[in-house]
Write a new protein. Structure first.
Length: 236
């Protein structure tokens, strides 16, 4: 009868050749794992989850407020008029940069996207959303009060909202809000210009369009058919 004692050395001899590489592999793996283990501290560092509680700070907030006076790169707002439209506490009545054709075109584009659904393409307040029962119809930009309002006022309303109208400071950049304000001014002129606004010596290029539909944001403005024939139909 083969006893274990006798069998074991044979078994060892028989399998040693095959086992040796496995043992070696196991050792190598062990070495690798333990060397990786040394880096665990680097991967899992002591840290706080956002807005977690901390006993280290007196106010117990792990997320620290910005150090006073910190300005993020590209976030400097030295030009206060550009960002507020105000001179002191009053709305300013000038553009912070020159109004070019490109500025007005950009303003028209942004206005048609963001404002015309309520204010309509021509700014009379007959946009699509009020027609569907929005709580309040916006005032027309062509009323006397808003015609006389300084341009900084339009920038301010777009930046901070007005009454039930929400603000557009996160959707429209400051420069684009100025472009929109300039375009609103152009809209006001377009509906209310007089012969006296035409520089001396120049002829009046066309009669003001007579809109039968103001362009609700979902539709384009339409002029009376007689004018459309004369090439002054849809504005875009
Ligand atoms: C969702 C509809 C809506 C949109 C979009 C909208 N407005 Fe208005 N807006 C209103 C309403 C409603 C009022 C009147 C608010 C009130 O009296 O409470 C108003 C009022 C105004 C006024 C007049 C404030 C006054 O003194 O009477 C201005 C200027 C104005 N909006 C500019 C803008 C500009 C610029 C945009 C686009 C960036 C815009 N609005 C987009 C609904 C809108």
């Amino acid at each position: 009868m083969v006893t274990f004692r006798k069998f074991a050395p044979k078994f060892a001899a028989k399998f040693a050749g095959r086992l040796a590489p496995l043992v070696l592999l196991a050792l190598v793996l062990l070495a690798m794992i333990s060397s990786v283990g040394c880096r665990i501290d680097m991967h899992v560092q002591p840290r706080y989850n956002p807005l977690a509680k901390s006993d280290f700070f007196p106010d117990q907030r792990a997320s620290r407020p910005r150090v006073e006076g910190t300005v993020a790169r590209g976030d400097e707002r030295a030009d206060t008029y550009f960002y507020t439209g105000k001179v002191g506490n009053n709305d300013g009545d000038f553009m912070p940069f020159p109004v070019t054709r490109e500025v007005l075109e950009r303003g028209r584009e942004r206005y048609n996207v963001y404002c015309s659904p309520c204010h309509s393409r021509v700014g009379d307040g007959n946009g699509f959303i009020p027609s569907r029962g929005f709580v309040r119809k916006p005032p027309s930009y062509h009323i006397d009060r808003l015609q006389k309002a300084p341009i900084g006022y339009f920038f301010d309303v777009a930046t901070n909202g007005f009454g039930i109208m929400l603000d557009y400071s996160s959707q429209i950049s400051a420069r684009d809000r100025w472009c929109v304000a300039a375009y609103i001014r152009a809209l006001q002129l377009s509906q209310n210009a007089t012969a006296a606004d035409v520089p001396a010596g120049q002829s009046i290029p066309s009669k003001p369009p007579d809109f039968i539909e103001s362009g609700t944001g979902a539709t384009l403005p339409r002029t009376a058919p007689s004018q459309a024939k004369a090439g002054k139909g849809e504005t875009e």
